[in-house]
Design a protein around this ligand. Structure first.
Ligand SMILES: NC(=O)c1ccc[n+]([C@@H]2O[C@H](COP(=O)([O-])OP(=O)(O)OC[C@H]3O[C@@H](n4cnc5c(N)ncnc54)[C@H](OP(=O)(O)O)[C@@H]3O)[C@@H](O)[C@H]2O)c1
Length: 313
C-alpha cells in the first residue's frame, strides 16, 4: 500500500486519516482539494484517479452543512450519494479498495438496539443519516472491494487548520470536537457549558480521529472489506466525557457547567439520534486491534492538543 487518495483531506477527519497514513506509515497521500477535484464531477474523478494511480481510495469528503442538506436536496444527494458513486466507480476501474467514512448517525439512536453492531441494519432519522446510509448502500452494492468505516463522536485536532481547531470552536448536537472545545475554554479560564437534555446526541462511542485512521490503515493492509466500526472501546454520555477530560487534564471542575443548548443553537425540525453507541467487537477481532478505553483515548488526545496548540501559541 504505497499511494492512497484521500478525499476531504482538508477536513477534520480526512486530515487525520491523511496524517496517519503519511506520517506514521510512509504512505504517499494524494489529496486534491475540493477546488482541484469536485467529487460530484464523475468524469473528473475518473481522470484524476486514473492519472494518480492510487493503491486505495479513502472517501472522507462530505457537504457538511445540516441546513443545506434539506434546503438543497438535489445538490445534497449529488454531494453524498453521487460523489460516493463516482469515487466507487474510480476505485473499481483501478481495481483498488475504497473506504467510505461513515457515521454512527445512520442509526436511529433508540436503545435497544444500541450499542449497534456492524450488521445492524441502518435506520436513520435525519437527512444527514439518510444520505450517509444511502452512500453506504452504494459501496456495499457497487464496490468490488468496499469498506464502510463508521466513525463516531470524533475527537482530535484539525490537521489542515492552523491551531488544530475549528475557526470558532463551538458545540453542536453531536460529540465531534466536544473535548477540544471544552479544554480550550477551561485552559483559558472561561466556563464551558456542556449541553445536556433532550434533543441531543446524549450517548456515543468517543473516538480519537487518529485511532480511527489506524484502524482504517489496518483494514487496508489486511484487505478487509465490509462494515467496520472504527471507534474507541468505551461508551460515554456527553457530561461524563467532559468530566473525565477535566480529571485527565487536571482542569478546574468549577468551570465545567451543564445545561440545555441556547435557543436557536440546534437547527429546528431536525431529529437527533439520542443513543448512537456502536459495538465494535467484530471490527476489533477482524483487525486484531485493542480498542482504547476512555482514559487512553483522552491521554492520546491530550498529547495531540498540546502539540497542536504549543506550535501556534
Ligand atoms: N466530525 C465528526 O465528528 C464525524 C462523526 C462521524 C462521522 N464523520 C464523517 O467523517 C467524514 C468527514 O467529516 P468532517 O467532520 O471531517 O467534515 P469536514 O471537516 O467538513 O470536511 C469535509 C471535507 O469534504 C470536502 N468536500 C465537500 N464537498 C466536496 C466535493 N463536492 N468535492 C470535493 N471535496 C468536497 C471539504 O472541502 P471544502 O471545505 O473545500 O468544501 C472538506 O475538505 C464524513 O464522511 C462524516 O460523515 C464525522
Amino acid at each position: 500500500m504505497r499511494r492512497v487518495w484521500v478525499t476531504g483531506a482538508s477536513g477534520f477527519v480526512g486530515s487525520n486519516i491523511a496524517y496517519v497514513l503519511a506520517a506514521r506509515h510512509g504512505v504517499e497521500v494524494i489529496a486534491p482539494t475540493h477546488a482541484d477535484v469536485d467529487l460530484t464531477d464523475g468524469a473528473l474523478v475518473a481522470r484524476s484517479a486514473a492519472a494518480t494511480r492510487p493503491d486505495a481510495i479513502v472517501h472522507a469528503a462530505i457537504l457538511n452543512d445540516f441546513l443545506e442538506l434539506t434546503a438543497r436536496r438535489r445538490d445534497a444527494w449529488e454531494a453524498f450519494v453521487g460523489a460516493t458513486r463516482n469515487v466507487v466507480d474510480a476505485a473499481n476501474a483501478a481495481d483498488v479498495p475504497v473506504v467510505l467514512i461513515s457515521t454512527d448517525w445512520v442509526f436511529d439512536g433508540t436503545s435497544p438496539p444500541a450499542p449497534a453492531a456492524e450488521d445492524e441494519p441502518p435506520n436513520p432519522i435525519n437527512m444527514y443519516g439518510f444520505l450517509k446510509a444511502a452512500s453506504e448502500l452504494v459501496v456495499s452494492q457497487r464496490a468490488r472491494r468496499g469498506v464502510i468505516a463508521r466513525v463516531a463522536g470524533v475527537q482530535g485536532v484539525h490537521r489542515a487548520r492552523v491551531g488544530g481547531g475549528r475557526v470558532a470552536r463551538v458545540q453542536d448536537a453531536g460529540f465531534g470536537y466536544l473535548v477540544a472545545s471544552m479544554v480550550e475554554a477551561l485552559r483559558a479560564g472561561r466556563p464551558f457549558t456542556v449541553w445536556d437534555g433532550p434533543g441531543l446526541n446524549a450517548l456515543a462511542t468517543p473516538t480519537l480521529a487518529t485511532d480511527a485512521g489506524e484502524l482504517i490503515w489496518r483494514a487496508l493492509e489486511r484487505e478487509v472489506t465490509g462494515v467496520l466500526h472504527c471507534v474507541g472501546g468505551e461508551h460515554a454520555d456527553r457530561v461524563a466525557l467532559a468530566r473525565r477530560a477535566v480529571k485527565a487534564y487536571d482542569l478546574d471542575p468549577d468551570l465545567l457547567l451543564t445545561g440545555p443548548p441556547p435557543d436557536g443553537a440546534i437547527p429546528p425540525g431536525i431529529a437527533i439520534p439520542r443513543d448512537t453507541r456502536l459495538d465494535a467487537t467484530r471490527t476489533a477481532a477482524l483487525l486484531d486491534a485493542d480498542l482504547p478505553d476512555l482514559d487512553m483515548t483522552l491521554a492520546r488526545l491530550g498529547a495531540e492538543l498540546d502539540t497542536a496548540w504549543s506550535t501556534t501559541a
